[in-house]
Every structure is written in C-alpha cells, then in structure tokens.
Design a protein around this ligand. Structure first.
Ligand code: AMP
Ligand code: TRP
Length: 330
C-alpha cells in the first residue's frame, strides 16, 4: 500500500507566493514522486473561526480549489475536497473536545496571537481550531502532513490527542508526522523582511498574490525593501535580499547559489527586474490555467464531488470505529 499524505489551506483571503512556495509547490513535488496517495482539503470550517463575508467565502472556496489544480495538483493523481462537505470532520472534533484537557489548548501560540488581535470577539471556534485540524488529519491515517513551520505546534497537539485516545479507548489513530522543506518554509513580507508573508497582512505591498496582474507584480517587486550595500547575496545580514533570492530560486527552479552567481554583477534594480519577469511568467501560466478552470463549473464540481466521496469512504469507517470504542451505540 502507498503511504498517504494529507494537507489543507484555508479559503480566507488571497493566496500568495508564500503559500505557493511553502505549500502548493511542495505538494506538487510529492505528487509527482508517485509514491503517495494524497488528499488535499480546502479547509473552509477553519476559515469561519474568524468572521467571513458569506458571499466572498463561497467564491474563495471555489477559487482555492481551482488554484490547487492550476498550481499543479492533478485530480487524476490526488484527491481534492471541501472540508465542510464531509461532516465527519466536525463530528470527530466534538469527540476530541471531550477528551482534551483545557491546559493543552491554552498553550497554543497561534490562538494566543490571534485572540489578542480579535479581543472580546474571539470565538470559541478559534480556540477549538487545533482540534478541528487534528480531526482533519487523524480521520485519514496519513503518514506525512506537509505544512509550514507555523503549524508545527498544531501537529504535535494532533499527535498527543491521537495517543490519548488510543490509550483511553483502544487503537484507532496513526500518529502523524510533519513534513517540511527548510528553504521555502518561511517566505517573508516584501515590505518587512522580519515578518512572514501572510494572508492577513493589512499592507497589500508585502505580498505578491497568485492572481496579481503583471503590472502589480512589477510594481510590488520594484517597491520591495532592500538591505544596505549592493551585493546580491544570501546572508543573515541581508534578510531582504535573501528573501528575494529564495523567491527567485523557488520560481526559476535554480538553486540559491546559482541565482547569486547569475546576478553577481547586477544592481538591486537589475536583479529586481529579472525577478519580476520570472514571477510574471510563472504566475501568468498559473493564471491562464486558473481562468480556464474557474469558467468550467461542471468540471470543478466533478473533481470536488469525487474528492468528497473518496474522502468520506475513508473517514466514515474511522467514525464507525471511534463510535464503537467510545460506546456511542444503542
Ligand atoms: P495559510 O495561509 O495560513 O492558510 O497557510 C497555508 C499553507 O501555506 C500552510 O502550509 C502554511 O504553512 C503555508 N504558508 C503560509 N504562509 C507562508 C509563508 N509566508 N511562507 C511559506 N509557507 C507559508
Ligand atoms: N491550520 C492550517 C493552516 O492554517 C490549515 C489546516 C487545517 C491544515 N487543517 C489541516 C493543514 C490539516 C494540514 C493538515 O495552514
């Protein structure tokens, strides 16, 4: 049997090149190795842990699914589905709610950060978010879960919850392992190289979106902050240029050393122009595929229906086992 992979992205905000390099491009590579059975989920129930406009959310859910495919996820090799279309995720979350000590949840740093931002409006869902994520993963017994660095603590919690359930009620869950790629695990903001490029950043110039047009891409790259000096060098003293080199390397498919060599005699301005043209070309290809996919509603629906049915055929067996072990039977 092939090893299994599970991962997901929230349909909140617009996907950016950090999501591409840190997640989507890595997923495509794993898919192309042919060694895995893969499930990729659009995690819409996670998105509503903070307020969302219903009309925009609907649009974003389809958009993220189409972007998965446009970025290289091939539905004939991997399954793509929408989290809220498989009720097993929310069901298992309740079971986990009932066996997880409050103290484990109160330690979650992402919750602490996000709840500070949302103040009194912080939802119970935001607090519970890591257990929904544990359910996403544990329903499918994946061998690997490819995510960026920021999700490590959530994955550790999922492993702890799996162990606790197995010990209390009997073996039901495989202990999941994180998988991530060092160089592109953390793409930084173009306007502040000490902060992560993020969907929730209020400054639009910090992120290049996958659906930005050529002119916007060129403008954002031109305005990207640089370091003092003038060498194109990957170095901890040069966080801004190092970030641009990581992006250049990720999108052009050359190593960082090669990118440095190629741009050895370039000015910052020339390097930025080169980077912008690499981005315009690659994102242009993704956008052409995206525009085709988003127009063809029937095709996208077929992909998502098949994905949902496949996911449910696996998760429903897990739910039956869990109900049995917990004693939820007449
Ligand atoms: P999110 O945008 O938080 O829904 O993240 C979706 C996926 O993209 C996760 O696997 C993240 O770890 C990854 N990701 C998000 N932002 C970045 C970034 N700036 N650099 C690298 N990976 C990222
Ligand atoms: N919390 C993840 C993020 O923000 C998204 C996510 C939800 C996820 N469920 C998952 C990722 C399960 C991997 C596996 O990036």
């Amino acid at each position: 049997m092939k090893s299994r992979i599970f991962s997901g992205i929230q349909p909140s905000g617009d996907l950016h090149i950090g999501n591409y390099l840190g997640a989507l491009a890595q997923w495509s590579k794993l898919q192309e190795s042919g060694d895995y059975e893969i499930l990729f989920c659009v995690v819409d129930l996670h998105a509503i842990t903070v307020p969302q406009d219903p009309v925009i959310l609907k649009k974003k859910i389809r958009e993220v699914a189409a972007l998965y495919i446009a970025c290289g996820i091939d539905p004939s090799k991997s399954k793509i589905f929408i989290q809220s279309e498989n009720p097993d995720h929310a069901y298992l979350t309740w079971i986990f709610d009932c066996i997880t000590p409050m103290g484990w949840m109160e330690r979650m740093t992402q919750y602490k950060d996000k709840s500070k931002k949302n103040g009194e409006r912080t939802s119970v869902g935001l607090f519970n978010y890591p257990l929904l994520m544990a359910s996403d993963i544990l329903l499918y017994d994946p061998d690997l879960v490819p995510v960026g660095d920021d999700q490590k603590q959530h994955l550790e919690l999922a492993a702890d919850v799996a162990e606790k359930f197995n010990k209390t009620f009997g073996e039901a869950f495989k202990i999941p392992k994180i998988f991530n790629q060092k160089e592109t695990a953390r793409i930084m903001s173009l306007s502040n190289p000490t902060a992560k490029m993020s969907k929730s950043d209020e400054d639009p110039s910090g992120s290049i979106l996958l659906l930005d047009d050529a002119e916007t891409i060129e403008k954002k790259v031109k305005r990207a902050v640089t370091d003092s000096g003038n060498e194109i060098q990957y170095h901890s003293d040069k966080p801004a240029i190092s970030n641009l080199l990581a992006i250049y390397s990720g999108f052009s498919g050359t190593s960082i050393e090669n990118a440095e060599r190629k741009n050895k005699n370039s000015s910052y301005g020339e390097f930025k122009a080169d980077l912008a043209s690499v981005l315009v070309e690659k994102l242009g290809e993704i956008q052409r595929r995206f525009n085709e996919l988003i127009k063809d509603e029937a095709h996208l629906n077929t992909v998502l229906d098949e994905g949902r049915d496949f996911a449910h055929s696996i998760s429903s067996k897990k739910i039956e086992l869990v109900k049995d072990l917990v004693g939820l039977r007449r």
